[in-house]
Ligand binder design. Structure first.
Ligand SMILES: N[C@@H](CCC(=O)N[C@@H](CS)C(=O)NCC(=O)O)C(=O)O
Length: 359
């Protein structure tokens, strides 16, 4: 009797679990990652972002976050939860990043963060694809009449702590045999204000950050960004290494945004590429490129189900957030960050933005 009841409970549990995996598209061997599961149960993605760099991650006076990196969090929320608005943004300074990713306080980070070997190892993170290829640079006052970092010999330079910039500029100064005093500040505002107030003759950060701050300066034309590129700064999202499921979702959202741009699929026209309710697979295949069918998870393709999310997750992402180019144009083009001819152009136009195939 007891054994009977026990086996009935066991059978019911097995049936329930099998149904759950069948519905989610995951097999028993690939259970949801713990963070992905928590995001689904909570109904919100907690994303660590910048609050101080216009165009990338910025919090306005009403508390709203916007920017290129912020939109990537929104894209991941659309992929996992079907709704780009289901994000809680956690503002992080440079020095707060490691603890935030290690403590589980955030699910992921999308905040002008450079992928490096030591961060990969020490932060316990998985870096996603590079979304913006950058390099550190130096800004100085036009009035100094300086044309390169070498000409700043004997002066002082403001830099923010907890950044790759801090170590990269030291290496660069040593390499050029210069005597430049580095003055270190804990956040972007104090670094920028100190430079503006004349504490340092120059300041250094990623060139994207320099462009962003210069655009908001009271007198932009009084500051120049020197031609030196101090380092490589591949900027992209990251997530804790304890959840490979989430890291895969992040990776494929990033590549999906790039593929969408490559195929000319935008937030405005994505519906034109979907299979009609009464459209046969043959008619649909004659009308829409099979690469696009897969990107959009149409016509019995196995796409999002591999990660336990909506098979057509890229439809929600593109509809609600746009493709890579739309996101770039919305936030970075207005800053004056010219995409054409840069590393951040699509590979079909000579850049490095190259989405892996949805096959
Ligand atoms: N990419 C570099 C630098 C990123 C960084 O934190 N840059 C500064 C200067 S633009 C910043 O965003 N500061 C904003 C803040 O700390 O509030 C890194 O990953 O270390």
């Amino acid at each position: 009797m007891l054994i009977n009841r026990f086996s009935r409970v066991l059978v019911a549990a097995v049936v329930a679990l099998t149904t759950l995996f069948a519905l989610s598209g995951l097999t028993a061997a690939q259970e949801y990652g713990s963070i992905t599961k928590a995001i689904m149960q909570r109904g919100e993605l907690i994303c660590g972002v910048n609050a101080a760099v216009r165009g990338f991650g910025f919090q306005d006076s009403s508390g709203e976050f916007s920017g290129f990196d912020v939109d990537f969090c929104r894209a991941v929320a659309a992929a996992i939860l079907g709704d780009a608005n289901k994000v809680v943004f956690r503002p992080l300074t440079a020095g707060e990043r490691q603890a935030a990713i290690q403590s589980g306080e955030i699910d992921m980070m999308s905040r002008n963060t450079t992928a490096t070997l030591s961060r990969d190892a020490a932060w316990g993170a998985i870096f996603g694809p590079t979304l913006f290829y950058d390099g550190a640079g130096v800004m100085t006052r036009v009035a100094l009449g300086v044309g390169s970092v070498a000409e700043l010999d004997g002066s002082s330079m403001c830099v923010q702590s907890g950044t790759t910039t801090e170590t990269n500029i030291s290496d660069y100064i040593r390499r050029l045999g210069l005597n430049i005093e580095l003055v270190v500040f804990p956040d972007a505002e104090s670094t920028w204000d100190s430079y503006l107030n004349g504490r340092c003759e120059s300041w250094t950060t990623d060139k994207s950050g320099l462009v962003s701050y210069r655009a908001s300066a009271p007198d932009p034309e009084e500051h120049i960004i020197l031609p030196d590129t101090v380092s490589k700064e591949p900027l992209g999202p990251l997530s804790p290494q304890s959840d490979e499921n989430l890291a895969e979702i992040i990776r494929w959202v990033a590549y999906g945004l790039m593929e969408a741009e490559e195929y000319g699929i935008t937030s405005q026209n994505v519906d034109d590429f979907l299979q009609g309710a009464n459209e046969s697979p043959e008619a649909y295949s004659a009308r829409v490129d099979p690469r696009i069918q897969r990107l959009l998870g149409q016509n019995n393709t196995n796409i999002g189900v591999n990660f336990g999310i909506a098979n057509d997750f890229m439809v929600a992402v593109i509809k609600q957030v746009g493709n890579y180019g739309e996101i770039y144009d919305r936030h970075l083009t207005p800053l004056g960050l010219v995409r054409e001819g840069s590393f951040n152009d699509l590979y079909t136009r000579g850049g490095l933005i190259y989405g892996w195939p949805f096959r």
